[in-house]
Design a binder for this molecule. Structure first.
Ligand SMILES: *Cc1c(COP(=O)(O)O)cnc(C)c1O
Length: 365
C-alpha cells in the first residue's frame, strides 16, 4: 500500500472532525447534568416489553427486526393523529437527521442551521460535503424568522425548543417560516414534549415541513436509540430510500412501542420536570444569574462570580469546579453568544441539591 488511508478517503471526510458528544463517564458517583437525560427510569412497561422480546432464550434475536418498524410507525402515527406513511422511525433522532442530510443536501445543495443550536447538524453536513449556512441569533435568542425564511438552503434545521438555550418558538412563527422558505424546513422537536406546544398541526398545511422527535429525552430512553420523523408521505418515501433497511433493532422497537403506550407515566414525568424547571430557574435568578426562559429540561445559565464578573473565564471556572466535585454540565466556549453560559440539565431532587451546594461553595470560594 503506497497511499495512506487518509489520502484514499474522500477529501471532505479526511478534512472533517467528528461530533464531540457530552462526556459519558463509566465509573459511578457522577451527577450527570450534561446530556439532558431524564433522572428517572423509563416506564416499567418498557422493561417488560424488552423481556418478552428476549423470551425463550432470546430465540427471536436470530430473526431480523421488522424492516419498517411497522407496529411502532402505526403507534406513533396514532399518537399524533397522522397516517403510518407520515412516519419514519430512526435509530435515534440523529439517524433521522442524517437521513435528511443524505436526502436533501450535497456539494451544490446547502444545509442551514441557527447558531447556537445542535452542533451535530454541521458534522452531518460535512459528511455529505454539503455547505452549511448559518443564521445567528442575537442575545435575545428570539427566532430570526425572516433570515431563516430567506435563507437559500435546501434544508433548514431549526431546533425548537432550542438547544442549548431552552427557548421555544411559537408554532405560528414556524408556520410563517415554512410558508415562505423555499426548501425543506426540519424542526427538531426533541424537547417539545416538555414545552406544551409543537408543530404537528402544521404538517397538513406545509408540505415542506418535517418534524424530528426522539425517545431519548422525554421518554428516558437515550440508551435504546429511537427517534422519528413526521412529514408528508412524499418526504417519508424519499427518506426511506436511503435508510438502512434494518435501522431499528428488535429490542428498541419493542421498548419504544411500550413507552408510547404509557401516557400516564410520562404525563407525570413531564409534570415533575416542569415543577423542577420553575424551581431551578428561580434559584439561578436568586443568585443574580441570567437564565433564558426554558421550556425544555435544562437551563442555559450565565454564572456570576463573587466579584460580580461574568464571561468565558467565569463559566470555565464554574465548569471546572463542578467537574472536580463530580458534577458534569456542558460548556460552549467556541462562540461569543454561548461562551459565558453553561447548560445544566434538570436532575433528581438529590442531584439538584448537590448541584446547589457545589455552586454555593464556588460562589463563596
Ligand atoms: C439529544 C438531541 C438529539 C438526539 O436525539 P437521539 O434520539 O438521542 O439521537 C437530537 N436533537 C437535539 C436538539 C438533541 O438535544
Amino acid at each position: 500500500m503506497t497511499s495512506s488511508s487518509k489520502q484514499l478517503a474522500n477529501t471532505h471526510v479526511a478534512a472533517m472532525s467528528a461530533y464531540t458528544p457530552g462526556l459519558q463517564p463509566t465509573e459511578p458517583g457522577w451527577v450527570k447534568l450534561n446530556t439532558n437525560e431524564l433522572p428517572v427510569p423509563p416506564s416499567p412497561r418498557v422493561v417488560e416489553a424488552i423481556q418478552s422480546e428476549l423470551a425463550e432464550g432470546g430465540k427471536r434475536l436470530r430473526l431480523y427486526p421488522n424492516p419498517n418498524s411497522a407496529p411502532l410507525r402505526a403507534a406513533v402515527a396514532a399518537h399524533h393523529g397522522l397516517a403510518a406513511d407520515n412516519v419514519l422511525i430512526g435509530n435515534g433522532a440523529d439517524d433521522v437527521l442524517n437521513l435528511l442530510l443524505r436526502t436533501f443536501c450535497g456539494p451544490d445543495k446547502p444545509a442551514a442551521m441557527t447558531v447556537p443550536s445542535y452542533s451535530l447538524y454541521a458534522v452531518l453536513a460535512n459528511a455529505q460535503n454539503a455547505p452549511m449556512l448559518e443564521v445567528t441569533f442575537d442575545r435575545s435568542m428570539a427566532l430570526p424568522g425572516d433570515a431563516i425564511a430567506q435563507c437559500p438552503a435546501k434544508l433548514f434545521l431549526l431546533t425548537s425548543p432550542n438547544a442549548p438555550t431552552g427557548v421555544g418558538f411559537s408554532p405560528k412563527d414556524i408556520g410563517d417560516i415554512a410558508k415562505s422558505f423555499e426548501g425543506i424546513l426540519a424542526v427538531d422537536e426533541t424537547y417539545a414534549p416538555f414545552s406544551g406546544q409543537d408543530c404537528v398541526g402544521l404538517l397538513k398545511e406545509h408540505p415542506n415541513l418535517v418534524i424530528v422527535r426522539s425517545f431519548s429525552k422525554a421518554f428516558a430512553l437515550a440508551g435504546l436509540r429511537v427517534g422519528y420523523a413526521l412529514a408528508s408521505q412524499e418526504i417519508i418515501g424519499l427518506l426511506d430510500r436511503v435508510r438502512d433497511s434494518y435501522n431499528v433493532d428488535r429490542l428498541a422497537q419493542a421498548g419504544a412501542l411500550a413507552a408510547l403506550g404509557d401516557t400516564d407515566y410520562y404525563a407525570n414525568v413531564i409534570a415533575d420536570t416542569v415543577v423542577m424547571r420553575d424551581k431551578m430557574a428561580s434559584w439561578y435568578e436568586s443568585l443574580g444569574w441570567f437564565v433564558y426562559p426554558s421550556v425544555a429540561n435544562y437551563h442555559f445559565v450565565e454564572p456570576v462570580s463573587r466579584r460580580g464578573e461574568r464571561g468565558l473565564a467565569v463559566a470555565t471556572s464554574l465548569y471546572e469546579f463542578l467537574r472536580e466535585q463530580k458534577v458534569l454540565v456542558r460548556a460552549f466556549p467556541k462562540h461569543a453568544l454561548t461562551e459565558s453560559f453553561l447548560r445544566i440539565s434538570l436532575g433528581s431532587e438529590t442531584e439538584m441539591e448537590t448541584l446547589q451546594k457545589v455552586i454555593r461553595d464556588w460562589v463563596a470560594a
